[in-house]
Design a protein around this ligand. Structure first.
Ligand SMILES: Nc1ncnc2c1ncn2[C@@H]1O[C@H](COP(=O)(O)OP(=O)(O)OP(=O)(O)O)[C@@H](O)[C@H]1O
Length: 190
């Protein structure tokens, strides 16, 4: 099994006084879904910042594939406000499998021709997952990707993601321990 992410003895804090995590190690291969859970402010989103190399660790190593997609916590900041979703998705991803994902995400194709603010938070969240999947990543970073969805749609979306696990390693940030226990191979608590 080939790892798409290896984190070794990672230590990080925004200041010396407040270390968020100390000596954190984890690995992720295609076919695996691991969940990061922890209280608000524990540093879950910060781990993604480090994986995306937007921040440098205080110590430790991160080895990661270059082919990463992410779904951010706030769906409104995931898209540029001035362009249609279709344009923003077509810019970065192949549209070959568009119809298949629209169906499994229960999204109407006409929504894609709207501007981000014309969609609900839940519709935008699914559009963000659509874009991430069409990019065919090796590693998918999911930061509370279903927080704006009701329970039934949340489960449908998670099942759809899990059907594609064979080709992707997935790291899921969630505050929902039930969701993590249901879908994850391993739960990392910070
Ligand atoms: N750019 C920054 N500069 C200084 N401190 C920051 C910065 N970004 C986040 N923090 C602080 O670091 C801590 C961890 O933030 P982070 O967003 O990673 O937490 P989280 O576990 O994802 O929280 P939540 O579940 O509420 O999204 C928080 O105390 C936050 O205030």
């Amino acid at each position: 099994m080939q790892n798409v992410l290896e984190v070794e003895n990672l230590t990080f804090g925004y200041s010396k006084e407040k270390i968020l995590f100390n000596d954190l190690s984890l690995s992720l291969a295609k076919g695996e879904l691991k969940a990061i859970v922890g209280e608000s402010g524990a540093g879950k989103s910060t781990i993604f910042e480090l994986i995306l190399q937007n921040r440098k660790p205080k110590s430790g190593k991160i080895r990661v594939t270059q082919n990463i997609s992410e779904v951010f916590q706030d769906p409104y900041s995931s898209f540029h406000p001035s362009y249609t979703l279709y344009n923003q998705i077509a810019d970065v991803a192949s549209l070959n499998e568009l119809d298949k994902y629209l169906t499994s995400l229960n999204l109407e194709a006409k929504l894609l021709h709207k501007l981000p603010h014309e969609l609900s938070g839940g519709q935008l969240q699914r559009a963000s997952i659509l874009r991430a999947m069409l990019m065919k990543p090796d590693l998918l970073l999911l930061d509370e990707p279903t927080s704006a969805l009701d329970n039934v749609i949340q489960l449908d979306v998670m099942k759809m993601l899990m059907e594609h696990l064979e080709d992707i390693g997935m790291l899921l940030i969630t505050h929902d321990m039930d969701l993590a226990s249901w879908c994850a191979d391993e739960i990392i608590t910070i």
